[in-house]
Structure formats: C-alpha cells, structure tokens
Design a protein around this ligand. Sequence first.
Ligand code: BDR
Ligand code: CA
Length: 316
Amino acid sequence: KCKMILDLDTGIDDALAIAYALASEECDLIGIVGSYGNILVEDGVQNSLDLLELLGRPDVPVYTGLPHASTKDNFEVMPISALIHGKNGIGEVELKKADRTPETLPGVDFLIEAAHKYGKDLVIVPTGPLTNLAAAIKKDPTIVDLIGKVTLMGGALTVPGNVSPVTEANINQDPEAADEVFRSKLPLTMIGLDVTTRTLLTPKETQQWRDLKTLSGEKYADLTDYYINAYKVANAHLAGCALHDPLAVAAAIDPTLVTTLDLNMKVDTEGPYAGRTIGDETRINEPALTTKAAVNVDKERFVARFMERLTKLFSE
Ligand code: BDR
Ligand code: CA
C-alpha cells in the first residue's frame, strides 16, 4: 500500500486535498507537512490539525515546514490569496481547535526520514511552494533515488499563469526551490493550471454535503462555498472553483485520470519570466525525461470520484 505525504499551505483546496487523501483506501496518509503560501506556515499547520480533528483522524501527524523561501528573509500573504482563501485560509470558517500540537521533528527531516523508511512506496504530493522538498534534497541528496514519486500541484505549461501571465502561485512563491526540484532526478508529475482549471465545483455539489447534516459536511460546504464565491470575483471566466490540489492527490493515486507529456523541465528564476515553468533547453537531448506534465484530464471521471469519496467521508 502506498504511503502518502501531503506538503501543503492549507488553504481551501488544500483542505479538499486532505479530505480526498483520507477518503482514499489506496494510500495511507502518513503525515502532513505544513507550508506557507495561502497563509503563514503556523496558520496552515493549525488548519491541518483542526481539519484532521474534524474528520476524525487526529492520528495523522502534522509537521511544521519552512516559513519562507530560502532566497527571502520573510513571507507575507499575497492579497489575492487572502481574497480567495479568507484571512484564516479556510474561508473564515471557525473550527474546533485540535487538542494537540504539531510534531517537534521539522517537516524537512520528516521528508528525509520517510524517504529512507518507505523508499519506492513513498508518494509525496506538494500542493504549496516547493521550499520543503528542495531543502530536503539539498540536505540529503540520496533521497532523490529513494522516493517512489512526487506528484505536485503547480506551474502552467500550455495556459497562462494565475499570478502573472506566465506564473502559477505555488511556483511563484519560490522559483529557485521549484527549479531545483524540476532539475533533480526526482520522478515528477506536474499537475498544473493546464488541467486543474478544467476541474470545477459548483454550489450544486456543496449542497449535497450540506444535506448530509453532519458537522464535517456542513463545515466543508461552508469553506468551499467561500472559495466558489471568491472565484466569481477573481476568476469570473470559470464556471465554478478549480479543484487544483485534490486533483494532484487523485492523479498521484490514479495516473490514468490525466494525460501527460514527458519533458525535462526547469523554472525561470530571474528576469521578467521568473516563476515560469518551461522545457529545459539544456537537457532537451537528454534521454532521461524526468517530468510528466499533465496536459489533459478526464474531468467527468475525476469530479464524480471526488464527490463520491468526499460525500462518503463526510457521511461517517
Ligand atoms: C495553487 O495556489 C494555491 O493558492 C492553491 O491552494 C493551489 O495550490 C493554485 O495556483
Ligand atoms: Ca495549495
């Protein structure tokens, strides 16, 4: 059975990714690493702890990741992130505080330990900046050959970005870290805006969770409705909210949900296109193609599976 680690900036679609991972029997969720991005790192860690409590899984350990990119001194939440996810990251929804604290082992060390312990069974799903993963491979380069696979939400190859015309939010937070990850020999799958902006959720679906009349169904309907409403303001061209992060978890579990293109990729780290995910021209003739970039998604099959799994989880 695969062992999954989520490295996320919890965040509404990150909260949906946690629920999808818990609802999936194919993998054990062995831990969550909290990152910065939609929120400050400590708020994301707290959101993950509280969501796990809400979902009846206080046994899943939560680790604290790095608070900002290694090339920067600090981190401030972007106004667009606060608009889409709310100031507390989960759409201003109040959750009961978990009666535990995060693990003392730093998130980066947890990634390294898990790589040595689980090897090819380990699947890492980063749905925030790639700061923690880049730090882990820098600290212990041997893990690159150990880890089973990394399926990340980030980047844009064939469509415009969501922070600038060429950059996607997660990669934009730490282009240097993302470039180190893309240029490493890690077996990567990139679930970018190319596919995630095609998998949409509407209030019709969240009403099904509300109708369950359970606490988790009600809270998840509330936070997702906040996200749907924010999308109407920020991304009015889309007919719902994008299921970015849960699609990465779903594709990690079942790669047949997406069609991918094999490429050696890089991330621009300076100049007007800093943060852009693009083919690496210096490795174009190298046979070892390390990244599978998703360019198409079976959206009906994914959204149906997403609803089936989360609705069942919220019924329990
Ligand atoms: C990504 O950025 C974050 O705001 C979301 O949680 C998602 O991971 C989309 O660009
Ligand atoms: Ca995220």
